[in-house]
Ligand binder design. Structure first.
Ligand SMILES: N[C@@H](CCC(=O)N[C@@H](CS)C(=O)NCC(=O)O)C(=O)O
Length: 291
């Protein structure tokens, strides 16, 4: 992942991310499309270590979410900010057209995508609800533990607790989930109509609107939905987006890829495995002594 840049032409760029995360994929696709070389570093907002809630990360990103992009001295803790700042700081290729009308259209499509709460769609869906609730319970526990250990960061952790509580309420509320599903459905209909006779979401070149909607449609496919039923123009556009080298380079997911998580999971469990190994060794020693 990441692209090679001419030596000396690109500042040091670090992306904290996790492979399946929706918003991490947005950041990755943006960086790849812009030709910005970056160093990916996995940090997991889930079990067993809930790494994004550790103080060092919460100091970078007070919401404890991925992605976070370090761009020289700038810390960008939100994918939308990443889209804006990367677009501004790396001028070629231009993904926000110069024409004012096209610019407004791109901004509207980006805004529409960010109106969708991907976390409510994922954690509120029938299949994921119970597991999602467990993950969020674990996140709450991790946040409470770190709050206890770092009293100077209590207000940051309190804000995160409030965020998690709202997230859990929304994902458990059928009406909220239904409204999100319907909202996305309507936008996909509009997108399909917009793409009739067009190669890209706005105008005749690839823009930020294509970045965010590529990942949005890919996520629908990954969740087992068919976004293309009665939407032929959307399908044709997505096929084109998928054929771009950036799609694989940025590792946009249309299906679960457990093998991508395996090295990260092994690393995450290393501490637990060594504790288990130490316990087994102790038990062995105790048994030997008892004999
Ligand atoms: N507004 C943030 C949202 C990021 C986000 O929700 N990321 C998810 C993974 S896709 C996450 O880290 N969730 C953990 C949490 O909500 O605490 C952005 O656009 O970067």
């Amino acid at each position: 992942m990441g692209t090679a840049a001419a030596p000396g032409s690109t500042p040091a760029v670090i992306l904290y991310h996790v492979p399946p995360s929706f918003y991490s994929q947005v950041a990755r696709l943006m960086l790849v499309e812009k030709g910005v070389a970056f160093e990916p570093r996995a940090v997991v907002p889930g079990p067993p270590n809930f790494g994004t809630y550790a103080p060092w990360y919460m100091r970078l990103n007070p919401m404890g979410t991925v992605p976070t992009l370090i761009l020289d001295d700038e810390v960008l803790d939100d994918s939308r900010t990443i889209l804006e700042v990367v677009e501004r700081r790396f001028d070629r290729p231009t993904l926000r057209p110069h024409d004012a009308d096209a610019q407004a259209q791109v901004d509207r499509w980006v805004e529409d995508a960010y109106q969708i709460s991907e976390r409510v769609l994922a954690y509120g869906s029938g299949r994921m609800r119970t597991m999602g609730r467990r993950v969020n319970d674990g996140r709450r526990r991790a946040v409470l533990t770190w709050r206890e250990k770092t009293p100077d960061m209590a207000s940051i952790y309190d804000a995160k607790l409030a965020d998690l509580d709202q997230f859990m309420t929304d994902a458990a509320d059928d009406a909220t989930v239904r409204a999100q599903v319907q909202g996305l459905h309507d936008k996909l209909d509009t997108l399909d109509a917009t793409l009739d006779g067009r190669a890209f979401v706005v105008g005749d070149s690839y823009t930020l609107a294509d970045v965010i909607w590529t990942v949005t449609v890919a996520r629908k496919i990954m969740m087992g939905d068919d976004p293309f039923a009665h939407r032929p123009h959307l399908r044709a556009w997505f096929d084109r987006m998928r054929a771009r080298p950036s799609f694989d380079r940025a590792d946009v997911w249309t299906r679960f890829k457990p093998h991508k998580m395996l090295p990260i999971a092994l690393r995450e469990f290393r501490r637990h495995l060594s504790i288990a190994a130490a316990l087994v060794a102790l038990l062995g020693a105790a048994l030997a002594y008892l004999r």
